[in-house]
Design a protein around this ligand. Structure first.
Ligand code: SF4
Length: 169
């Protein structure tokens, strides 16, 4: 499966010590032009959900002009109602990363809202990455999620062989 990791913008309200963007010369990333050869477009930032209007514009453009068959996923650490009511309708899945304990409350509330419409969200790819610092989640039901937990920061983590990193024009 060939994946394009598509960098939207650099803005992020966190300043994670191990942020992989610090390992990249983001400004020198090539601009994405040919999407057809990829199976998956993986939206990333920065924090895409800081500018949800950019996400919706990019996804609509991709769906209309570039990506007829590709799956579109998004990396995020910011779960909001906007994600539930607008973004998740447009894309095929999300990977949510919980960085520390301060993320627990908003994620728990988000998860409860998804569970109310469980059958719809079972059609989406929902992945949950949990850093070691988060500890145990109090959520009773995490069955919607494919979970990777006890994650640690990896310095200069290489891009997987099947991924290409490019930026949105
Ligand atoms: S949330 Fe992600 S993009 Fe933002 S600083 Fe942390 S690792 Fe980097």
């Amino acid at each position: 499966m060939d994946i394009m990791r598509l960098f939207l913008f650099e803005d992020c309200e966190r300043n994670c010590k191990g942020c992989c963007n610090k390992d990249w010369n983001i400004k020198n990333l090539p601009y994405a032009q040919d999407f057809e050869k990829y199976d998956v477009i993986l939206l990333t930032g920065g924090e895409p959900m800081l500018k949800p209007w950019v996400v919706t514009d990019v996804v609509r453009h991709l769906r209309e002009h570039c990506c007829t068959n590709q799956l579109i996923y998004m990396y995020t650490a910011k779960v909001t109602d906007m994600m539930i009511y607008h973004i998740l309708e447009l894309i095929d899945g999300i990977t949510v990363t919980l960085h520390d304990k301060s993320d627990i409350k908003s994620f728990s509330s988000f998860n409860e809202k998804l569970l109310k419409d469980r059958h719809y969200y079972l059609t989406k790819s929902l992945r949950l990455n949990i850093f070691n610092e988060v500890g145990r989640l109090p959520c009773k039901d995490l069955s919607l999620w494919k979970i990777k937990d006890k994650i640690k920061w990896i310095k200069k983590a290489p891009l997987p062989d099947n991924e290409t990193f490019m930026r949105w024009i």
